[in-house]
Ligand binder design. Sequence first.
Ligand SMILES: O=P(O)(O)OC[C@H]1O[C@](O)(CO)[C@@H](O)[C@@H]1O
Length: 616
Amino acid sequence: MNADYGAPTELAGPLQQRRALYQPRLPPCLQGATVRVEYGDATTTIDPTGAHAVAQAFPRTYGQRLVTFLAPDDTAGAGKAVDEVGVVFSGRQSPGGHNVVWGLHDALKAYNPHSILYGFIGGTEGLFANKTLEITDDVLASYKNQGGFDLLGRSIDQIRSSKQVSAAMTTCQNLNLDGLVIVGGVTSNSDAAQLAETLVQKNCKTKVVGVPVSLNGDLKNQFVETTVGFDTVCKVNSQLISNVCLDAISAGKYYYFVRLMGRKASHVALECALQSHPNMLIMGEEVALSKLTLMEVINKICDGVQARAELGKHHGVLLIPEGLIESIPEMYALIQEISILHNNNVPVTEIPTQVSPWAAALFQFLPPFIRRELLLHQESDNSAQLSQIDTEQLLAHLVEAEMIKRTKEGRYKGKKFSSVCHFFGYQARGSLPSNFDCDYAYVLGHISLHMIAAGLTGYMATVANLKDPVHKWRCAAAPLTAMMSVRRHLRGPGAIPIGKPAIHPSPIDLKGKAYELLREKASSFLLDDFYRTPGGIQFEGPGSDAKPITLTIEDQDYMGDIEMLKLYLDKVKTIVKPGCSRDTLKAAISSMISVTHVLTVMSHPLNAELPLYHFN
Ligand SMILES: O=P(O)(O)OC[C@H]1O[C@](O)(CO)[C@@H](O)[C@@H]1O
């Protein structure tokens, strides 16, 4: 274990030091030491047909009510005593994570100056082994508004096996923790829900609170608008991509294939494309929906290269998400077969000989480097190690082969195709977080304390209205079980639920505004070299309050456009009957619009027009 966790960074550069002085903004409701806690509706889940399975798996924490935090008034009761709290980085490093700890610390000390905040050293393994660092003002000083997770470090993103859960519980008991704050993405928050349920069942007093921190931006639902770190990572990557675009157009001889982090969903890739305007973006969700084969994807790219060559352009920039490889149906099937063999402890060297004949044929067709990468052990969510699979190199390799073939057949008459490959992601995880991520994380840290003081367990800290200035942010908490769904067996009648309920990554909403915007611009991006230079993250002055395009555009659509909302309400009336249940109504709304906005829409004043539809 590194003995330097929490040590001051003495060689800080001038920008680093200046950033440490930035004071994140708080909405009015969080500016005092206490808050007023308002309880809303009891929840079910975002997956109505999986509700029963979730209720069964979480008997003690399912169905809890939504909670909103408001500025205190005379009616505000005193919160519970909070003396000891722990915080752990469970997910992957994501810019802004440090500010969750800082926000939690400040709120905790304001609430009870004698309290202690323990940070677990080395992530979840530190939690299991009870390795702590007391978080103080001094410890925090050089980590405020800084990237990475190096204040405490991280290890595996898992608190899942019974051994891990029981080790975590023992630590909570040994430290007499009133609350445990788990910082991470979909996997960490699913585990947080399980830990919360277990602790309630075992009468352990520790309240478990999840905080949505993940660069992937895939922990997104009607309660969570975005995750901490997504904004920064997209800004850093967009700058790198736009640099590459200008490099490409300057020399006019290379195609750059850029793979972006973000796991299964393409949120990072979509946001970066909207910020930097590369020539092509191959989104996993589109490929999966159209069931494009690997060779169809290659042909699509080659058609783009050819169309550009006809305009005399022999350069270009193509973005792909790291999850693309799993979106291609035959690759997904191959990865699944490998995964099953891994789970059955088949030695890696024997896996290629034990897959089905068609999978073996596909495997042999792939270049050796991809074969090796596909055989790597799986991630904690049982998916392939997407960061280690050089899909951009696979595509560049196959595109080159296809362009040579087209040249020989006389179908392509342009210059020789040449590529340069990049994988962007690790470069951004340690970046200085944007003002948005600094504020958002600090606010979530505060909310976490108020959740513990309110005695909430199995909840996630949330903020709504993020597209607005901080003083309009709405601070809330939503039960983790309300965000869960159950993966289904798609074959056979009745879609039998399988797998444990979990919070799953949300894919790009192909009915959403951001995707629509990309589609509108796609042909101009392909042919016009309409590159955009967003530049580096701005911390002061113009651009310093810029937020993700995908966040602001979706909100504008449904919160600002009353006419559109009216149209959409009329449409709802045509597909559900008066008196239908709230869940049916929710499902109907979800089928038409981005799930992120279901609750926004359901709570809109216009819903008064539809009293019979239980829009409350
Ligand atoms: O740091 P590691 O273990 O290589 O993890 C890489 C993974 O983490 C992420 O950066 C964040 O979930 C993914 O995009 C990537 O696949």
